[in-house]
Structure formats: C-alpha cells, structure tokens
Design a protein around this ligand. Sequence first.
Ligand SMILES: Cc1cc2nc3c(=O)[nH]c(=O)nc-3n(C[C@H](O)[C@H](O)[C@H](O)COP(=O)(O)O)c2cc1C
Length: 178
Amino acid sequence: MKILAFAASSSSQSINKKLVTYATSLIENAEVKVIDLNDYELPMFSEDKERELGQPTLSKDFLNEIHNSDAVIISFAEHNGSYSVAYKNIFDWSSRINPKVFQDKPMIMLATSPGESGGASVLATAVNSAPYFAGNVVGSCSVPSFYDNYDFELGQISNSVIQSEIQVVVNKLPQKTR
Ligand SMILES: Cc1cc2nc3c(=O)[nH]c(=O)nc-3n(C[C@H](O)[C@H](O)[C@H](O)COP(=O)(O)O)c2cc1C
C-alpha cells in the first residue's frame, strides 16, 4: 500500500522530515514516498496571483500525490505557533483547485520542535481543521525536545516511551494500508 509522507517544512535540515521518515519506517509492507515541499514552491498565494497564474502545475502535482496514496503522514514544523509558510502556501494554492485537499485519506499527523511543547500548537490546528479539508486523521502525536529524544547517528527516536507512542499512532492506520 502506498504511503505519502512529508514534513510541513522547507528546511533542508528539517527535524520534522527526520521524524516523519522515522514514523514511516515503523510501517510494515508499505510503499513509502517522502516528498519535499521545496519541490512545490510557488509564488506567495494571493487572489491577484491566482488570476495571473491560474492553477499551477505544482499544486495539481501536490494534489495528485495525495490522490495516488492510500494514506498520508505529515509532520508539522511550528512557526510562531502555526504553520510554516511553505506548507500554508502550497495548501492554499491546492485548496483553490480542490477544497477537499486531503481527499478522504486516512492520515497521521505529527509535530516536533526543539522546545518542550513539541509543536503542539500547530498540531492542534492541523488536527482540528483536517475534517474541513476531507482529512481523516486516525492518530496524532507531538514529540517534545527533539534534540534530546532523537539519535542522529542511528536516525531514530532514542526515547523508548516516545518510540512506543509513535508505534501506537502508526498502528492506527487502517489495516489495508499496513
Ligand atoms: C520563524 C520561526 C518561528 C518559530 N516558532 C516556533 C514556535 O512557535 N514553537 C516552537 O516550538 N518552535 C518554533 N520555532 C523553532 C522550530 O520549531 C524549529 O526551527 C524547528 O527546527 C522547525 O522544524 P523543521 O526543522 O522541521 O523545519 C520557530 C522557528 C522559526 C524559524
């Protein structure tokens, strides 16, 4: 089964990309595709830009990646309590083509940050709003203090309690996607 995964970040060093990649490694028998939002960079959305550019190919491509998956896993970077610009921009462009951006896919939403809150604010925003965009969030988890809880050499969460929490969340994906 096909899993689409990405970090809602445009950082080349994204800790959310590390987290989402780790989470996908816990899913057995899955074909995982990790995309990078840097490959979906568009001008800052405005209705004026939309009149100028119409429906950009990159936003259609983004929607197609979701369409072609059986489940979606996103890990959100938190910028000032909310979404990164990179994520909000491709989301806004895409929502003008299909307001049901998540297309009824089962989803897992994650977040992490260097701080103790672990991106809990942006994660709550994403989880609470997902139903308005046809997102079926089956599980979510924020990882606090990422640098204390991740082994960069091994490429995995080092805290066994958090490891278990992520495994529990990943196991909530419907059986056919595992
Ligand atoms: C503009 C900006 C705002 C930030 N705001 C928050 C915040 O509100 N809460 C938080 O926990 N971390 C905040 N951070 C720190 C990010 O969590 C940190 O940069 C993290 O690495 C972002 O995730 P990423 O590496 O996946 O991009 C902020 C960072 C930037 C650059």
